[in-house]
Design a protein around this ligand. Structure first.
Ligand code: ARG
Length: 590
């Protein structure tokens, strides 16, 4: 029953419980069975035939009695070796040898695609995922990091399951603060510093000009006026004003791309709030035409009080637009451009109200085709993310600190450290893995306290532990390749592997876990929750560790060696797939 809880009826390998029921004189037993476990080969007819023999005339009484009678008359066969009643459930026991050989051959044939089930689920469907979306000239904070990590995961899991995925980074690159930034740059800017690190320098300038504003009460008004006038020029399309802004934006994007690359993350589109000045006019006109606007103290607002969503200002009295106005325009334009089946906005829970308002506005515009396909993927706050210096945190500093911490941990084992080819690169990957796994370990909505000590340990539920397990099998694989031809003896479709030699419970436990991988991905895709995949990777790693303790691979009799090698190599591919879906780069050495 414990194993059964992990499996659903779509993967009837191993031990599966299905509820029995009798409706309209038909025996109903969910039976996607071997047929639907598309990763695996088998004969569905055998199972169907056994069920077909059951006539509802034989089945009477309540569900428990019904289950009991099915169990009694079910003809077991080559694939289903035993059926038992457990209260209202039926436990089907699959033939373990058959299970082992089908799962392991499937993994070894499909390697990087194992778990995708041929990409059936997303075939012909398109999704848009908007994530990361930092603000130029402001720090890339923990919320942006979470959005980046979770958004990347959602994109990856969908792509694995066959969806076409468009990844959008919607930058905060518009608004009065860019007028202020331009004014600030005239006073405090340095070309050299800008080219050196635009993200840090622009933030620096932005902080300085803000301090100046608040310090000098007399100057206050002038600087603000200048900033407002500057932004007005930008909104009116003044080329010289736009040129400076565009430089800031381009340089920042170049720098972002660098940092994302380090994280192993890419975007198809760098968009941003600045891109909608034209379509915003259309959106406002549409809102007006559909009678959704009311005037209030010179501003244009949308009343959403009846839905307990307050009211939304879409145009200020001075004619300037707001964050939500840009989202309305962007939402419409995106739908027209991509004609997606689903769109995900991966943004902190602080913006719950904003997205409820946005989707409600689409609904009122009669654009249910947008509102129904959009989902806000929210998440809780991270507390205490800081470097040792404890200053404002830039993503780069966090990555640097993570890598340094990992480097120190690695140096603890001097023997091993000496053998690592590129310790800096490995430390970098391990640091990122630590940060990412901590972030995805619980349900999204739960926030957490950032904890360097806990996340960088090689033991426990950490990124480095997952990487360590992966690297361990890689090292065995390297040693094996001296005595086996992996190509011919393990991966070849006709490799002579006797899977029935894998009789130990530790081997079966590994196989049973691997058999559930596709279902784990399906659940993650449905809920947009990475934690299920993290849990899977951790359980698989623990199962690998205990199997490695009892099942030796080196110095074994050849047939046993081949079977065990197949087991561990298949486990490594499955782990590697899960790690890559989570956004980690699996390491082969550490
Ligand atoms: N730049 C925004 C921020 O940092 C996040 C953007 C979220 N996406 C959106 N479509 N509104 O808060």
């Amino acid at each position: 029953a414990e194993a059964a809880a992990k499996l659903n009826a779509e993967t009837i390998f191993g031990l599966v419980q299905v509820p029995a029921s009798s409706k309209n004189g038909h025996a109903t037993i969910p039976m996607p069975v071997l047929l639907k476990a598309g990763d695996l080969k088998g004969n569905p007819a055998q199972f169907a035939a056994s069920v077909a023999k059951i006539s509802t005339r034989d089945l009477k009484g309540n569900p428990a009695q019904f289950a009991a009678s099915v169990a009694k008359i079910f003809t077991v066969g080559e694939l289903i070796t035993k059926v038992e009643q457990a209260a209202i459930y039926l436990n089907f026991h699959a033939n373990q040898d058959f299970l082992t050989s089908s799962v392991l051959s499937a993994v070894l044939q499909q390697t990087d695609n194992y778990g995708s089930n041929g990409g059936q689920l997303g075939l012909g469907k398109k999704i848009v995922v908007e994530y990361s979306s930092p603000n130029i000239a402001k720090p890339f904070h923990a919320g942006h990091l979470r959005s980046t990590i979770i958004g990347n995961f959602i994109a990856n899991v969908h792509r694995m399951l066959g969806y076409e995925v468009v990844r959008i980074n919607y930058l905060g690159d518009w608004g009065k603060q860019f007028g202020l930034l331009a004014v600030g740059f005239e006073k405090y800017g340095s070309e050299e510093a800008l080219n050196e690190n635009p993200i840090i320098h622009l933030f620096d300038v932005y902080v300085k000009i803000n301090v100046r504003c608040s310090e000098e009460a007399t100057n206050d008004a002038t600087i603000h006026d200048q900033a407002r006038a500057y932004f007005q020029r930008m909104e009116n399309g003044d080329e010289s004003a736009l040129a400076i802004w565009k430089r800031f934006r381009d340089l920042s994007i170049t720098k972002y791309i660098d940092i994302y690359k380090r994280l192993g993350i890419e975007f198809d589109v760098y968009s941003g709030e600045s891109q909608y000045s034209e379509s915003m006019k259309d959106a406002l006109a549409e809102l007006k035409e559909k009678n959704l606007l009311t005037e209030s103290l010179g501003a244009q607002i949308i009343e959403l009080k009846d839905k307990k969503l307050g009211h939304v200002i879409v145009e200020k009295s001075d004619g300037t637009t707001l964050y939500i106005t840009r989202d309305i325009a962007a939402g419409i334009e995106r739908f027209n451009t991509y004609n997606y089946d689903q769109q995900f906005y991966v943004v902190a829970a602080q913006q719950d109200l904003h997205f409820q308002q946005l989707f409600e506005i689409f609904r009122r515009m009669g654009r249910e085709n947008i509102s129904e396909k959009c989902q806000h993927i929210n998440f809780g706050m991270v507390k205490g993310m800081s470097t040792r210096k404890g200053t404002v945190v830039f993503l780069e500093d966090i990555l640097k600190e993570a890598a340094e911490t990992m480097h120190t941990v690695m140096k603890g084992n001097e023997e091993k450290y000496k053998q690592i080819e590129d310790p800096d690169a490995i430390a970098d990957i391990l640091g990122i893995s630590a940060v990412m796994i901590q972030d995805m370990s619980s349900r999204r909505i739960r926030g957490y306290d950032f904890d360097w000590r806990r996340i960088t340990s090689f033991e426990g539920d950490t990124g480095p532990y997952l990487q360590y397990t992966h690297a361990r099998i890689c090292s065995i694989q390297r040693r094996l390749s001296a005595v086996l031809s992996l190509e011919k003896d393990i991966y070849a479709a006709d490799a002579a592997i006797d899977f029935s030699l894998l009789t130990e419970p530790a081997a079966h436990a590994l196989v049973d876990l691997m058999a559930t991988y596709h279902d784990v991905l399906l659940a993650a895709c449905k809920t947009s929750e990475p934690c299920g995949v993290v849990t899977f990777a951790l359980e698989l790693s623990r199962a690998i560790s205990s199997a490695l303790d009892t099942l030796r691979v080196i110095d074994q009799e050849p047939a046993v060696q081949r079977a065990r090698a197949a087991l561990f190599i298949a486990a490594r591919h499955t782990l590697s797939n899960a790690l890559r879906i989570l956004g980690l780069t699996p390491v082969e050495q550490m």
